[in-house]
Structure formats: structure tokens, C-alpha cells
Design a protein. Structure first.
Length: 413
């Protein structure tokens, strides 16, 4: 082997050694990098797996108070005092949560015919704080959420105190309705002269104009329910209307009884012939009869009546003057009951089926006896007086204070 071959062999050995060294260094770097990458991930998983401490009652109370302020609740009375014990803080938290979900009783309810169904235990499940599920529980109806949005927008714009107060009162009424069971509810708002049916899981099912009581015959506010839907109802004329309005007309012209399809009944329900009555001798103090109007399209109740549970003889009904919805903007003109523009649609929602065909108001049959229909599920009805609310398009509306009920002093909420 000559010198050149030896040199070439040495050079090959050196090159091979260098290559092996480089490969070794690359392998070492690779596994070192893998280990470095793995350790932070394992550390992160360990950190993520570490349970977070549960919020204290004080922390949860502050969280709920922030939320409550955003939905129009005065939270000053729920503030934490330095002397408050843990039990006192928990009690405030429970009361605030119940107010957030169920509101306070409005100061203007003439008759309360619904029994509250408040889930008090719900407000004690706060170990995990004020959860997303709890927030969903307290905001079920879209109209309520829309009104909250308008309220906070006006707050940011420094709107007038009266406007904010009126919105807060309506927000409280929406919360108050949560006290009562029922997947479908109807809300009659007197200042808006409108009836809205809400499905608590699906939103609005119906919005329809109504005619309510005039200022001297105010429709009373109430919580009640539909007991029966009656097709072809009689109208049992209230005593006040009989004596104040009908008796003078019947005395002037007994034919008024026939023209208006009226039946004169004695105390036992027997029909009396108008020709046998001494009209000249009848006065408001000695008139012994009651008046009933027969069924038909000329009946003051129209062709559909919704019997409500209340002692005030207030109900929802169709009308024989449906043209008033078209020719006049004055929808505060009844004797106190609520005339509904879309009674057929409302009846089918209440009955949860097509109890009446769509053309019922125009294709009715004459000389029918009343046909009562039993409501399949309880159907709550709220007759309220809310100056501010959202309309069917979600727009904020301020309605005229038709009865002069609006108060400057706001009840505690």
C-alpha cells in the first residue's frame, strides 16, 4: 500500500467518524427536545387537573349583585356588611337569587287568582357559584331579554329617571310571572291595548290588539286563568249595565228587547214575556229581573268567550263591533272586559288544537246554543299595567298612561 492509499484511508476514517458523531448529536438533540416538549404539557395537564376552589358565598353574592343590577334590581339592601356572618351572607344571596328569578309582587294587582309555584330550593344550589344554567333559568322569555338590552342601553345614554323606572317596573313584572306554572301564558297590557301569548320555550305565539276598559270603567289588573272557551256564548248582562243603560231604553221602547235579541229572566231563570211587564212602574230600585242576550253575531261578546277565574265578571271575548279595530285608534272604550281582535287564533292556542276553523267568524251558524270547551291544560292570564315594554318586533315602546296610574315613587325591587 503506497503513501497515497494510506492517506486516502485515513481521510475516509476521519470522514466516517465525523458523520457518526453528527448523527449521534442529532439523535441526542431529538430526544432531549421531545422530553422538553413533553414536560410542559404534562405540567399543564397536571395544573388543569387541579380542582379550582369553590367560590365563597360572598364572592357569589357579589357576582349575582352585578347581574341583578343589570336587570333593574336595586341591590343596596343585599350589600355585604362587615359584621355579616357566613349564614347572613348566604341568606342575602338566597333572597337576591329569588328576586332575580321571581321578582317582587307588583303594587297594583286588583285580584290574584293564581297560586305561586316558587322553587325556593333552586336559590340554595350555589356551591358552584352563579352558573350559566342558573342565568338561563332566570331569563326564559325573549321579550324580557330584549327589554334588558334596552334598559342597559338607556342607562349608558343617561336616560331620564322616569323612563328607567318604568322599564324597571316592567322587568319586575316579567320576573313576577315566573312565579306561576304554565308553559303558555297570556299577557294583556292595558296601556298598550295588546294581548300577547308567550310560549316560555319558543317565544311569542300571538300578538293581537285588544279593546279594554275606558278610564271610568277601568279593566282591573289581575292574575287569573282561562277556565273554559265558549263558542256561541250568551251575554249575561251585568246589573250595572242593565239598570244604568238598558232599563231606560226598554222603558222608552219595549221593542228594544226584541231588536237586541234580549231575554228577560226571573230569579229562577224562567223567561218573561216583555209584554207582561209594567214598564212604567219599573225603576232601578225595584227591577227584579236579569237580562241575557242570545247567541249570534250581534251578541256583545261576539262568537267566542274566554271564561276567566275571577269574581269581577271580567273575561276575554270576541265582539260584535270588530270594525272598531279598523276605524278607531281608541282601544280604551269597553265596560271593563277585554275584546280580542283575534279570538279564533287565541282559542286554538288555548285549546292546543284547531278547536275553531279559521273562518269561524264569517261562516258561523245562526241560532246555536253555547258550546263550552274544557281547557286541556291550565292557561294563566295576566292583566297588567306596564307603561314601558317591547313590541312584537322587539322595539322599545312607552305607552300613554291612560288610567293615570303611573307613580313617581318606585316600589323596592
Amino acid at each position: 500500500m503506497n503513501a497515497d492509499d494510506i492517506d486516502k484511508r485515513k481521510a475516509g476514517l476521519i470522514a466516517g467518524g465525523l458523520t457518526a458523531l453528527i448523527v449521534l448529536l442529532v439523535v441526542i438533540w431529538y430526544f432531549t427536545s421531545r422530553q422538553a416538549d413533553t414536560e410542559p404539557a404534562q405540567s399543564a395537564r397536571t395544573t388543569d387537573a387541579t380542582p379550582q376552589p369553590a367560590p365563597t358565598p360572598a364572592q357569589t353574592l357579589r357576582q349575582v349583585a352585578i347581574f341583578a343590577d343589570s336587570i333593574g334590581i336595586d341591590t343596596a339592601r343585599f350589600a355585604i356588611d362587615t359584621q355579616d356572618s357566613d349564614a347572613a351572607i348566604r341568606a342575602k344571596l338566597t333572597r337576591l337569587l329569588l328576586s332575580v328569578r321571581y321578582g317582587e309582587k307588583p303594587d297594583r294587582i286588583t285580584f290574584q287568582g293564581l297560586k305561586p309555584a316558587i322553587d325556593s330550593a333552586w336559590a340554595t344550589h350555589t356551591d358552584a357559584g352563579f352558573t350559566d344554567t342558573m342565568q338561563t333559568d332566570v331569563m326564559p322569555v325573549m321579550a324580557y331579554r330584549q327589554l334588558i338590552g334596552h334598559y342597559n342601553r338607556l342607562r349608558q345614554q343617561n336616560a331620564g329617571a322616569d323612563s328607567l323606572r318604568q322599564i324597571r317596573q316592567t322587568l319586575n313584572y316579567h320576573r313576577y310571572m315566573n312565579r306561576f306554572a304554565g308553559d303558555r301564558i297570556a299577557l294583556v297590557n292595558i296601556p298598550a291595548a295588546e294581548l300577547t301569548v308567550f310560549d316560555r320555550s319558543k317565544g311569542r305565539l300571538l300578538s293581537t290588539p285588544v279593546i279594554v276598559g275606558r278610564p271610568d270603567r277601568k279593566t282591573p289588573t289581575m292574575t287569573t286563568s282561562v277556565q273554559t272557551v265558549v263558542a256561541y256564548p250568551y251575554w249575561n248582562v251585568p246589573e250595572s249595565i242593565t239598570l244604568d243603560e238598558m232599563l231606560p231604553r226598554m222603558k222608552r221602547d219595549p221593542a228594544y228587547v226584541y231588536n237586541e235579541n234580549l231575554h228577560i229572566l226571573d230569579g229562577k231563570g224562567n223567561e218573561i214575556d216583555p209584554e207582561e211587564i209594567d214598564w212604567d212602574g219599573m225603576t232601578t230600585s225595584n227591577f227584579p229581573y236579569r237580562i241575557r242576550q242570545g247567541t249570534g253575531d250581534d251578541n256583545a261578546l261576539g262568537l267566542v268567550k274566554f271564561v276567566l277565574n275571577n269574581p269581577l265578571a271580567i273575561y276575554l271575548h270576541d265582539t260584535n263591533r270588530r270594525d272598531l279595530f279598523r276605524i278607531s285608534d281608541n282601544r280604551w272604550r269597553s265596560h271593563g272586559c277585554v275584546r280580542v281582535k283575534k279570538p279564533v287564533e287565541l282559542a286554538n292556542i288555548v285549546m292546543r288544537r284547531e278547536a275553531l276553523p279559521p273562518d269561524f267568524l264569517t261562516a258561523y251558524r245562526a241560532d246555536q246554543r253555547p258550546k263550552p270547551m274544557t281547557v286541556p291544560k291550565p292557561f294563566p292570564v295576566f292583566i297588567a299595567y306596564n307603561i314601558a315594554d317591547v313590541d312584537s318586533a322587539g322595539q322599545l315602546r312607552f305607552y300613554r298612561d291612560v288610567y293615570g296610574f303611573d307613580r313617581k315613587a318606585e316600589p323596592a325591587m
